[in-house]
Structures are given as structure tokens and as C-alpha cells.
Design a protein around this ligand. Structure first.
Ligand code: NAP
Length: 275
């Protein structure tokens, strides 16, 4: 029986997930083809119910449904519950379980591939969307000394502060450089806005103060398409370390694969294929 697994989202024809997941499926000779399920909001519930089929392993969930799917699932992992977003659904014999692998995927990439220590670091997070919450959860769970959030819509950053303050030292501020203070105080800056992403409406514009980028030692940009993002380019031009989000994409996908199949994902094969 051919197994089914895929990614659920809207306007997702540019997703790279099929490439990495099909490599993982083939490496274990699993008879399945990872599919792109571009569904409208009205069809979402039906599509989620169809994941209960006996030949379905589960699904990834992406923009804009990571929060919408939550009430449609039977159970949630602790991390998905705390973050309030699901990027992986696992079908356990007709019972749908929601998880979130973005946080662990980011932590694995930054600490293992790039050897960057989180514990004790002062971090600045740009953006307050779904990805930002997963990153902040990971930073605080791994004992970052502090997290400062800046977002165009300040209220959204404030909501995250109240949601996560039980986990560690967290505050929000504005893009105003006076409020941000001495930029040297940050060991690590992470871009969780969609700025620089190919085909996004923000492509080409630069909503982040350039001196924020120029003075930063390590800048992790969640964007990975193009591989040299405008931020990574700017950081490298000024002698800093600029990292794109490709490694996180691989790691979060590898964890999803392991949750669906119980098998070890071929991380390095997936990484080199996509590069
Ligand atoms: P999202 O929930 O839509 O959040 C988008 C964020 O970008 C918000 O903070 C938003 O600010 C900000 N933003 C949008 N337009 C802006 C503008 N013109 N000026 C300043 N800020 C602006 O998206 P998401 O799911 O968090 O994803 C964010 C990025 O991370 C995307 O590029 C996505 O591809 C990437 N991502 C990568 C990985 C990976 O594995 N590498 C995983 C997940 C996500 P407002 O709140 O003010 O609207």
C-alpha cells in the first residue's frame, strides 16, 4: 500500500520540503511520495480529517495554518501547546497528534552545525510571528541569558513577552536605536521576519536598521531562499558571521520525518541535496 505524507499550506508552490522529504523516504525505501497540499481555509478541516486514513503517515503544516489546525487535532505535544503552533501532524491509527519541530530544528542547527552556544547569550529577535515564538521558546529553554524582541507591530511582541516570561528574562522594545541601546550588548541576533525571502512582498525593501546588521557579531537569518540573503550578505560584508535558515529547514524536517516513521533521517544527504 502506497503511503501518504505531505505539506499543508496555502500558496506554497515554492516549498522545498518535498525535495528533502522525498530524499529521506527514498533512503529508507519507503513506498511514499511527499505531496504538496495547497488547500483553502474552507477545505482545511476536511483535509485534516483525511489524514486519519490508514495509509497516511501525517503532514507538515505551514503558513498560514500553523495555528488554525490546533482545534482540529486530537492531542498536542507540550512544545506545540506552549508555542501555540503546529508544524507537524502525526497519524497514530486515526488519532491525530500535533507537534512543533521548528524550535528543536533551530537549536540543533545553531548548536550542532554552527557550534554556537545558547546558554548565557544575550539575544535579539526580530519579528513576532509564528516562527519567532518557536525560536524564543528554544532560546529560553536552552538558558539564553536574555531575549529582546523587536517587531513592526509592538503589541504582538508584548503578547509574546507575557506568554513566555515564566521561562526566563524577556522584554520587547522598538526598532528605535536609542531604545535598543548599545548593540554590542547582543551576542546573537535572529531574523524571524519574512524580509529577504524570495517571492515575498518584502523582497528588496530593507525594514531593519542597517547598523543593527553591521555591528552584529553573529546574525542567524531564518530565511534561506536565496541562500545568500540580503542580511547574510550585509553581515558578511561587515566581517560578521551570517547564517541562513537552510540548516534549520533540514533539521526541523528531519525531526518530522523521524516522528512519522520512527526511522533516523539522513540529515547530511538532505542537506547536500538541497544545497
Ligand atoms: P509570520 O507569522 O507571517 O510573521 C512575519 C513577521 O515578519 C512578523 O513579525 C511581521 O511583522 C514581520 N514583517 C512582515 N512584513 C514586514 C515589514 N514590511 N516590515 C517589518 N516587519 C515585517 O511568518 P513566520 O511563519 O513567522 O515566518 C517568518 C520567516 O521565517 C519567513 O521568511 C519564513 O519562511 C521563515 N521560516 C523559516 C524556517 C526555516 O526552517 N528556516 C521555519 C519557519 C519560518 P508584523 O507582526 O508587524 O506583521
Amino acid at each position: 500500500m502506497k503511503l501518504q505524507v505531505g505539506i499543508i499550506g496555502n500558496s506554497i508552490k515554492h516549498t522545498l520540503s518535498p525535495l528533502i522529504q522525498n530524499i529521506a523516504l527514498n533512503s529508507h525505501n519507503i513506498d511514499a511520495q511527499y505531496q504538496v497540499w495547497d488547500v483553502s481555509l474552507v477545505d482545511l478541516k476536511n483535509h485534516i480529517n483525511s489524514l486519519k486514513g490508514e495509509n497516511v503517515l501525517g503532514a507538515n503544516v505551514t503558513i498560514p495554518y500553523k495555528e488554525e489546525v490546533i482545534p482540529m487535532l486530537d492531542s498536542l505535544s507540550e512544545v506545540a501547546k506552549t508555542i501555540g503552533a503546529v508544524n507537524t501532524i502525526i497519524n497514530h491509527n486515526g488519532v491525530l497528534h500535533g507537534d512543533n519541530t521548528d524550535s528543536d530544528g533551530f537549536i540543533k542547527d545553531i548548536t550542532k552545525r554552527h557550534n554556537i552556544k545558547i546558554s548565557g547569550t544575550k539575544t535579539l529577535v526580530l519579528g513576532a510571528g509564528g516562527a519567532s515564538k518557536a525560536i524564543i521558546y528554544g532560546l529560553l529553554k536552552h538558558q539564553a541569558k536574555s531575549v529582546t524582541i523587536v517587531n513592526r507591530t509592538r503589541e504582538k511582541a508584548d503578547i509574546i513577552v507575557s506568554k513566555f516570561q515564566h521561562l526566563g528574562l524577556i522584554k520587547s522594545t522598538s526598532f528605535n536605536l536609542i531604545e535598543l541601546g548599545n548593540l554590542d550588548q547582543f551576542d546573537l541576533i535572529i531574523n524571524c521576519t519574512s524580509f529577504g525571502m524570495k517571492h515575498s512582498s518584502l523582497e528588496g525593501k530593507f525594514p531593519i536598521p542597517k547598523n543593527l546588521i553591521n555591528q552584529c557579531k553573529i546574525f542567524y537569518d531564518l530565511v534561506y531562499n536565496p541562500l545568500i540573503t540580503p542580511i547574510v550578505q550585509e553581515v558578511q560584508n561587515s566581517g560578521g558571521v551570517g547564517i541562513n535558515g537552510l540548516g534549520m529547514l533540514i533539521e526541523q524536517g528531519a525531526i518530522s520525518f523521524e516522528l512519522w516513521t520512527g526511522l533516523k533521517a539522513p540529515n547530511e544527504l538532505m542537506f547536500s541535496a538541497i544545497k
